[in-house]
Design a protein. Structure first.
Length: 226
């Protein structure tokens, strides 16, 4: 594939959700512990069905979230296909620290230990973005909640295009942009103007889950361009 002008960013439709979730699963694989536990069994038919359903519900019920797709025609003749996904949210209120206020925890995590582990992670996960929202003087912040590119199309500009879409929107609204980024994604975010505010986010899961793999996430922020 050639230059980034073969990549286009567009709004995601409900009909795109299933294909996008497959991109999500392939893009993250099992290299992102937070994604693995947040979307259980995401590489299985049942896990993909459940994950797609959750994404569709999120898209249909959140007026503050923008679901984006990166698409290209390269490699498949004239037919456009989805190679990346991003979700940007203008978050004006602090997210609940209790996972059961935002998810059907019994349905998504039927295993009690998985449910308890994810609940512990969530409580710490929302702390930095909550602080950023509280410090925003009521304006809120623009949160990159999800970014993924299909492994066959990485390092071709799709990720940067999806991030730049959001930072431009944040600039237009005078908002800080934030992301809980992985070490792998750090260079991309830095190229798009974000910088590390917290080098490694803290996850206190207690002795019970000391053997489980915890996420390694960097809280990164970007002030709006003047």
């Amino acid at each position: 594939m050639g230059p980034t002008d073969q990549i286009r960013v567009a709004l995601l439709s409900d009909e795109d959700i299933n294909e996008c979730f497959q991109v999500l699963s392939k893009g993250f694989g099992h290299e992102a512990p937070f994604v693995d536990i947040y979307f259980p069994d995401h590489d299985t038919p049942s896990g993909q069905a459940q994950g797609s359903k959750r994404l569709k519900t999120w898209k249909q019920t959140s007026t503050d979230s923008t679901f984006l797709k990166a698409i290209t025609r390269a490699g498949r003749g004239d037919q456009e296909h989805i190679i990346g996904l991003a979700i940007w949210t203008h978050m004006k209120e602090s997210p609940p620290a209790e996972l059961d206020k935002v998810e059907d925890v019994q349905e998504v995590w039927p295993d009690k230990d998985d449910r308890e582990f994810m609940t512990c992670l969530w409580k710490d996960y929302v702390v930095p973005r909550t602080r950023a929202i509280n410090d925003s003087a009521g304006k809120g912040v623009y949160v990159l909640e999800l970014l993924v590119v299909h492994p066959d199309y990485q390092r071709l500009g799709a990720g940067k295009a999806l991030v730049k879409w959001g930072t431009q929107a944040a600039d237009e609204q005078g908002l800080m942009a934030v992301v809980e980024g992985t070490p792998i994604g750090r260079r991309l975010y830095e190229q798009c103007g974000l910088s590390a505010e917290i080098e490694e986010m803290r996850f206190d899961v207690g002795e019970k889950f000391i053997g489980r793999k915890k996420p390694k996430l960097i809280f990164m922020t970007r002030e709006p361009a003047s």
